[in-house]
Design a protein around this ligand. Structure first.
Ligand SMILES: [Zn+2]
Length: 316
């Protein structure tokens, strides 16, 4: 896997980039205080050498790694946690809703990728593709919600910010002394060949709005993201607007696929993939199903049978 050299973005905040495939980069971050350090997300199982390079460049010996801070429980954010926790004694900190997936990888795989085996089948090919990206299960030591924080000494404090939407339970981390915001996938990829996905569309929109407000109110100077290069606050606000436009496009495409005649989840999913130009896979399916559920809850669609939906036309 293609890996860059570690860089110190601002004093105490280190980053290393790995290229997961042709289109998806992964950035890992280490925050270094005078009394200990915190790794934000653990990458994939084979990210361990990259984490070691990051720690070496930042001058962090094993015993100084005190926290493994999770943004969310997707496989490319937790892969080295078990090995690092065992070796360094660092404590794993996560959103309460992320715990099950970090501690039980069979549940994680099933609910993440095999949630509708009747539509996207549990095939040997899919298993073979995903199996190496799942590491060992890891106990979560501490759960955190809004207002929680870890102190690293030297004035460095990482505050937890709950950002649901991409998944049910996701945390961002705000380091106030350098005004640095560290994020996982709440700012999703918008232009990959597959839908990066979001399972709570309404909360996704609220979290993007919260991030804009936070960036302005807290005078954030630097934003570090898992799958985008780091950004100044201005660049980040532009990126938020881009993701909001993408969410609008996805919403309009999915709800626009509905009609007076019942359309099935599978039909709407296939049409959405075709119209937005994405391959058909499990992330996009979960996203389309979530949009349909929310359209029904908001009264814009009606469920007229198992996985069957019709549009509710306003004024009609
Ligand atoms: Zn993710």
């Amino acid at each position: 896997m293609d890996t860059d050299n570690p860089v110190e973005l601002v004093p105490g905040v280190w980053q290393i980039r790995q290229q997961l495939n042709d289109e998806v980069p992964l950035y890992l971050h280490l925050v270094v205080g005078t009394e200990g350090s915190a790794l934000v997300d653990g990458g994939l199982p084979f990210s361990l050498p990259a984490v070691e390079r990051l720690m070496a460049a930042a001058g962090v010996p094993d015993q100084d790694l005190r926290f493994l801070l999770n943004t969310h429980a997707h496989h490319d954010h937790i892969g080295t946690f078990a090995a690092l926790r065992e070796r360094t004694g660092a404590r794993v900190v996560a959103d309460p809703a992320a715990v099950r997936w970090i501690e039980d990888l069979e549940v994680n795989l099933r609910e993440f990728a095999l949630h509708r085996p009747d539509i996207v089948s549990d095939s040997p090919e899919l298993r073979a593709e995903l199996a190496p990206t799942f590491g060992k299960p890891c106990p979560v030591d501490v759960t955190m919600t809004d207002g929680g924080a870890v102190r690293l000494g030297g004035g460095l404090v990482l505050e937890a910010i709950q950002l649901p939407g991409h998944v049910v339970g996701e945390l961002g981390w705000l380091e106030r002394s350098s005004r640095t915001l560290l994020l996982g996938d709440i700012v999703t990829g918008t232009s990959w060949s597959f839908f990066h996905g979001h399972v709570l569309p309404g909360q996704f929109r609220q979290s993007l709005h919260r991030l804009r407000t936070l960036t302005l109110d807290e005078d954030v100077q630097l934003v570090c993201l898992a799958h985008y290069a780091s950004r100044t606050s201005h660049e980040f606000l532009d990126l938020l607007a881009e993701v909001e436009r993408y969410l609008d496009q996805v919403t309009e495409t999915i709800e626009g696929a509905l009609d007076d005649m019942p359309r099935s989840l599978t039909e709407v999913w296939r049409q959405t993939c075709a119209e937005v130009g994405r391959i058909q896979e499990f992330r996009g399916l979960a996203m389309v199903a979530a949009h349909l559920r929310e359209a029904v809850a908001a009264g814009r669609a009606r469920c007229v049978g198992p996985d069957l939906y019709v549009a509710v036309r306003s004024g009609g």
